[in-house]
Unconditional design. Structure first.
Length: 176
C-alpha cells in the first residue's frame, strides 16, 4: 500500500474544489450531514460556504493502536443537529470513500432514521447525495461528488493525524 501525504493547504484546497463542484452542478440541498470524525472538517467548511445547517452522524470503523484496522462500522444512536428535521435534500459528506461500506451504511442509517420517526411528520427524504475529497477505485459505491479518484489504494495521511500520535505531555511541555 502506498502513502499519500496531504498538507493543510492541500486539504483546504480540496474542500474548496469540492464546494465549487457541488455549486456548479446546480443541485440544491437544505442540510449537510457529515460523518464524524473524517467528515467533520469537510462538513464544517461546506456549511459555512453554503450557509446551510450541519448535522453530525458519528461513526467508527477503524480500530487498533495504529487506527488503521478496519472493523465493523458502529453508528451513534442519534444525529446531532440544531434544526427541527433534516428536510428533503441532504448532502452527506465524508473525507473519503474507501471500501464504500461506511458511506453506503450511512445512507441506510439516514433513511431508517426518518422511517423510525426521526423526522417531523411531512418531512420526507427525497434525495441524498454524497460528497468526498478522495474516492478510491476499490469502493463499492461511487460518490456523487469527489475531488480525486485514486486508482490505487493509498493510505491517506491527513494533516490532523499528527494529533493521534502526540502525547498530551509533549504539548504541555511545548507551551510551558
Amino acid at each position: 500500500m502506498s502513502d499519500l501525504l496531504v498538507s493543510w493547504s492541500e486539504y483546504h484546497q480540496k474542500i474548496e474544489r469540492l464546494a465549487a463542484q457541488i455549486y456548479q452542478s446546480g443541485w440544491e440541498f437544505n442540510q449537510i450531514v457529515c460523518i464524524a470524525k473524517g467528515g467533520l472538517r469537510v462538513g464544517d467548511i461546506l456549511c459555512r460556504l453554503y450557509r446551510k445547517p450541519l448535522a453530525v452522524l458519528s461513526a467508527s470503523s477503524y480500530t487498533g493502536p495504529d487506527n488503521q484496522t478496519r472493523g465493523q462500522i458502529r453508528f451513534s444512536r442519534h444525529l446531532s443537529m440544531t434544526t427541527e428535521g433534516l428536510g428533503p435534500r441532504i448532502l452527506l459528506v465524508d473525507d473519503l470513500v474507501d471500501s464504500g461500506i461506511s458511506l453506503q451504511e450511512s445512507i441506510t442509517w439516514l433513511q431508517n432514521y426518518q422511517d423510525q420517526g426521526g423526522e417531523p411528520e411531512g418531512d420526507r427524504l427525497d434525495d441524498i447525495r454524497t460528497a468526498v475529497l478522495w474516492y478510491k477505485s476499490c469502493s463499492i459505491l461511487a460518490p456523487d461528488y469527489y475531488v480525486d479518484y485514486l486508482t490505487d489504494d493509498p493510505w491517506i495521511h491527513q494533516p490532523f493525524e499528527v494529533y493521534e500520535q502526540t502525547p498530551l505531555e509533549e504539548l504541555v511541555a511545548k507551551y510551558q
